[in-house]
Design a protein around this ligand. Structure first.
Ligand SMILES: Cc1ncc(COP(=O)(O)O)c(C=O)c1O
Length: 367
């Protein structure tokens, strides 16, 4: 176990730095319910990310479920099969039918050119994912949404800090949902957030994440308990101080992989999708036929050497029993997603990944 390398390792500040935050919580006895750390983290994240309004959540999945509730999305929603299951699960939890559309071969993001053909009179929204933190074609998606009067909720679980030429990628769509899970670039142990464009929407989301309570005696909606607690919020404030350095170090890992794997026949490193500021949240490689070994053989070889990459996203969401019977889940409808699910391995990437381990990973792949 000690010598194994996993796809990620959470960045943690020194424990001593966290103690004063915990002491403050212990002294105030304010543990949750939108306490002072919760409010401070919302403000700090708005500033760091360059967005207007943020509602913190106890995890990203509840953020997705609540975002759909907040916009009263019903019927059918167009989404990607190439994601973590929570994307589609959030639709089922709202009684919404997912309609799967293929991804682009180069970015692995929802292909805007294929969205229109999937729209029906029941379609009310699109839920794209900025896969691996690479921005979707936000302008093309906005155009389609405008034409057909659809809402857009971005699953931005991978997109902390990512910017396009016009600023934060989180400003696109009606809402964007972040995850602060332990495996993410910025973590609060568990956590998440909805980025929203106006104060009124944030207020509705704040009610929804607190059972629908507006005041002591008024409940306006069948809300849920999605609040981030004070321990996680205070940890987030501390984490925020180190996040620029964490992303910088991830960037060094990224470039070392690219240089080391450049000349390996059959291995393709996924490029960016035009982002101006990246977060290097994942390092996916695609193992093509020319490599001479299948993706699964390489995956097993790496594991036998203690290197635990991950086949994100295999199986496709559409392969799971609750989705595979849908007409849009047919393989023939999703050739690019199916190819990616068969070819991708995400290699270990995290700020403290030692250079010699990284070189070992590169040499196993290049051997
Ligand atoms: C694309 C995507 N969506 C949603 C989630 C769910 O976020 P959480 O684990 O914070 O609930 C994750 C990851 O965990 C994810 O990768």
């Amino acid at each position: 176990m000690a010598n194994n390398t996993f796809v990620t390792q959470p960045s943690l500040p020194p424990l001593d730095d966290f103690i004063p935050y915990l002491r403050e919580i212990w002294e105030s006895k304010n543990l949750t319910n939108g306490g002072p750390f919760h409010q401070r983290l919302e403000a700090a994240l708005c500033e760091y990310l360059g967005v207007e309004h943020i509602a913190l959540f106890s995890n990203g999945t509840l953020g997705l479920v609540t975002a759909l509730q907040a916009l009263r999305v019903t019927g059918e929603v167009i989404t990607t099969p190439y994601s973590f299951v929570a994307t589609a699960h959030s639709l089922l939890w709202n009684g919404i039918k997912p309609v799967f559309v293929d991804v682009q071969a180069d970015t692995l993001n929802l292909d805007p050119e294929k969205i229109e053909a999937a729209i029906t009179p029941q379609t009310t929204a699109i839920m794209p994912v900025h896969c691996y933190g690479h921005p979707c074609d936000v302008d093309a998606i906005a155009k389609i949404a405008d034409t057909y009067g659809l809402k857009v909720i971005y699953d931005a679980a991978h997109s902390f800090g990512v910017q396009t030429e016009t600023g934060s990628v989180l400003r696109y769509g009606d809402l964007s949902v972040l995850s602060f899970h332990a495996t993410k670039v910025f973590n609060t142990f568990e956590g998440g957030a909805i980025v929203c464009p106006d104060a009124k929407t944030k207020q509705r989301i704040d009610h929804l994440k607190n059972f629908g309570f507006v005041d002591e005696v008024t409940v306006v909606a069948p809300g849920i308990n999605g609040k981030m607690n004070e321990v996680c919020a205070s940890f987030g404030l501390l984490q925020l101080q180190g996040v620029d350095e964490a992303i910088r170090l991830r960037g060094e890992v990224d470039i070392r992989y690219r240089q080391g794997l450049e000349s390996v026949r059959g291995i393709r490193c996924l490029g960016d999708a035009g982002e101006r500021v990246k977060n290097y949240s994942y390092f996916p490689i695609m193992v093509g036929v020319e490599y001479g070994m299948s993706r699964d053989e390489l995956y097993a070889k790496l594991r036998s050497e203690g290197i635990y990459g991950r086949r994100y996203f295999y199986p496709l969401i559409t392969d799971f029993p609750m989705y595979r019977g849908l007409p849009s889940a047919a393989r023939s409808n999703l050739p690019n997603a199916a190819k990616a699910a068969a070819e991708v391995i995400c290699l270990p990437i995290y700020p403290s990944l030692e250079k010699d381990i990284q070189d070992k990973i590169i040499s196993i792949i290049a051997a």
